[in-house]
Write a protein that binds this ligand. Structure first.
Ligand SMILES: *Cc1c(COP(=O)(O)O)cnc(C)c1O
Length: 392
């Protein structure tokens, strides 16, 4: 019976162009790779915004970390308590202008761990409808009441908070800084204002903002010139611009000390490897020391791609982050474009429901600092041709 149910669901996914398949890629550098069949690709769908997975300093740091062995061998509270991890936390805290930072094993587990650890059953979480799945899942396991507000709609958030104004329940507002599928930026100035007015606790997930937004690459608060003390917790990941694996939360020491005692995803899972820690440490050092040049390249590449696509009339969600969603609507069209682009040596994956709402399938192009402007120009021309032949 279970087998029938599973087969029926897999058939349905295939028929509706919603089936997902694992890839088998071999990377050549941060922007190029090939698949199992030897087909070469320009990679236009990676979260490796600064291309640091191949920075010589990062590779060297990982080599040197091998003296610590290949695994962390335990949770952070036991043998996984690596000294280099504590150093990374201190650096992250400084970088985010916070008192303290705490590492988790992934960005996903950070959201789970923070919401699970901090939020009690009697509390209320106000969550943007387009928040990342890890926030949605964190809300679910927290057992709190969850109120979903319209995407980046501060009026709707205010209206919903107003309904609970007279209760003495603890209120949390949680949001992505840069939204992972639309690539737009949260209205943080207004959010901070609302937070004060309603005495709420805010959590901003900067997974796609660190190494992307702000003159120093420190994320959403830096982008708006907002003091970090205005935001209670800032979540982030080591797996995007920081070229590694892992996640972190930055904020006040007392809250993080509480989480170190209470957060099950932190307590009951073996910590990331010494290699992961070394890579993130080296990538963060590069961002701090040489971020300006990398961010300038990322921004000029982003501008080049966005401008060219818009000029050709493609339905791109406007904005200025390196996440450039090309909206095609039906999953079938997105899959056809994905396939056609692959044949032309471009890896730009289709994003379909349930990752995005029904009828909002898209190709989510991401730009990196290490792309050569000329290869981007050529690739965008190909994308425009494919779009014209399949969509228009
Ligand atoms: C990618 C992402 C995460 C998850 O981070 P991982 O390190 O990949 O687990 C969490 N939040 C947001 C907003 C993300 O985009």
């Amino acid at each position: 019976m279970l087998k029938d149910r599973i087969e029926a669901e897999l058939d349905r996914l295939q028929e509706q162009n919603l089936e997902r398949k694992v890839k088998e890629l071999v990377f050549h550098d941060s922007c190029h790779g090939e698949d199992r069949d030897g087909q070469e690709y320009l990679i236009l769908s990676s979260n490796n915004y600064l291309g640091l997975t191949y920075a010589p300093e990062v590779l060297e740091a990982v080599k040197n970390s091998l003296s610590q062995g290949t695994g962390s061998t335990g949770s952070r509270l036991v043998t996984g308590g690596l000294r280099e991890a504590a150093e990374l936390e201190r650096k992250l805290a400084r970088f985010k202008y916070c008192e303290d930072a705490m590492l988790f094993n992934t960005g996903y587990m950070t959201n789970l761990g923070v919401l699970y650890g901090l939020v009690d059953a009697g509390d209320i979480i106000f969550s943007d409808e387009l928040n990342h799945a890890s926030i949605i899942d964190g809300c679910r396991i927290s057992k709190a009441k969850v109120v979903v507000y319209k995407h980046n709609d501060m009026r709707d958030l205010r209206d919903k908070l107003e309904l609970y104004k007279s209760t003495d329940q603890q209120k949390f507002i949680v949001t992505d800084g840069v939204f992972s599928m639309d690539g737009d930026i949260v209205n943080l100035p207004e959010l901070v204002h609302i937070k004060k007015q309603y005495d709420a606790f805010i959590i901003v997930d900067d997974a796609h903002s660190v190494g992307v937004l702000g003159a120093d690459g420190a994320g959403t608060a830096s982008h708006y010139g907002i003091n970090s003390s205005e935001i209670d917790l800032q979540v982030g990941t080591l797996s995007k611009a920081l070229a590694s694996s892992g996640g972190y939360v930055a904020g006040n020491k007392i809250i993080l000390d509480y989480l170190r005692n209470k957060s099950r995803p932190f307590i009951f899972s073996t910590f990331i490897s010494p290699m992961d820690v070394a890579a993130a440490n080296a990538a963060l050092d590069l961002l701090v020391d040489q971020g300006a040049g990398m961010l300038a390249r990322l921004r000029s590449n982003t501008l080049l791609v966005r401008t060219k696509l818009l000029e050709a009339g493609l339905p791109v969600i406007a904005g200025n982050t390196p996440i450039v969603p090309i909206m095609v609507g039906e999953a079938k069209v997105a899959v056809a474009m994905d396939q056609a682009l692959r044949e032309k040596k471009i890896l730009l994956s289709a994003i379909r429901p349930p990752t995005v709402p029904q009828g909002e399938s898209r190709l989510r192009l991401t730009v990196m600092a290490t792309h050569e402007p000329e290869e981007l120009r050529q690739a965008v021309d190909v994308i425009i041709q494919v779009w014209q032949s399949l969509v228009r």
